[in-house]
Design a protein around this ligand. Sequence first.
Ligand code: ATP
Length: 257
Amino acid sequence: MISLHIEKKAFDSFELTDIPIDINRGEINLLLGHNGAGKTTIIKSMFGLLTFEGKVLMDGHDISFNSQEDVDFFKKRLAYIPDDISLLDYLTPREYFQLMKSSFGSEKNESFLQNLIDIFELEKYLNIPILNLSHGNQKKTQIVSQLLRKSEFIVFDEPTNGLDPDMIIILKKVLEKLKAQGVGILLSTHNLNFGQDLFDNAIILRDGEIKLNKRREDIQDIFGNITLEETYTKVNEEYYEYVEGLLNDMDSNSKRY
Ligand SMILES: Nc1ncnc2c1ncn2[C@@H]1O[C@H](COP(=O)(O)OP(=O)(O)OP(=O)(O)O)[C@@H](O)[C@H]1O
């Protein structure tokens, strides 16, 4: 289990306080929130990419990002698929996958790599420089390069960005499969349909504050059998009432001639 507790992380005009996030093996924890709510800040903090007040525990072990031993221990178990596509784009996917395999000690994974290439339909793009691939194929290259690591935990930040409908459906099945294999997943997404059937626990953030952090069954007990989108709007009721007012104003402001 990975437990992140951010006691405080402050930028000039934004603050996160008292944010607890757990990633359990075999479960998907869904992280939802508007643009600028703090999702990426949370994820970067978890990886030690930002300093913050608080701690990260892996299976009870307090990770110090000042200790190379701790960082190695942590990184070996946790893969990260960031929102932005940061790849060495002068390499081809084939070269990139070989590089990832050797750097993470997964050289023996040739058949697994081929399996992933087939699932994500990358075969015909393997020898084209990443720079010249479409956005979606770059995203798929990024996803495959991290899945290849066979890590125990994976953090996905907006994994559906740029993917076509086929690939979104396939990625959903891949996440279900990873979950069934015992992988612990933190999934940050704006795609409520994508998250709907996948999550075991959902966190909804607004302006750096947790508005909801509950398991699927508890959400059903509280809100009844409603969709994730309906849950999201109920949790953010005040905001949507405000938006309703703005939309009403639109009627009076946009008279057509
Ligand atoms: N390095 C930084 N310096 C100052 N402010 C920052 C920095 N990084 C993020 N912020 C601010 O922190 C807030 C949260 O940003 P964050 O990227 O975590 O949001 P997000 O929920 O991931 O948004 P999105 O859905 O748009 O990706 C924003 O107001 C952002 O401007």
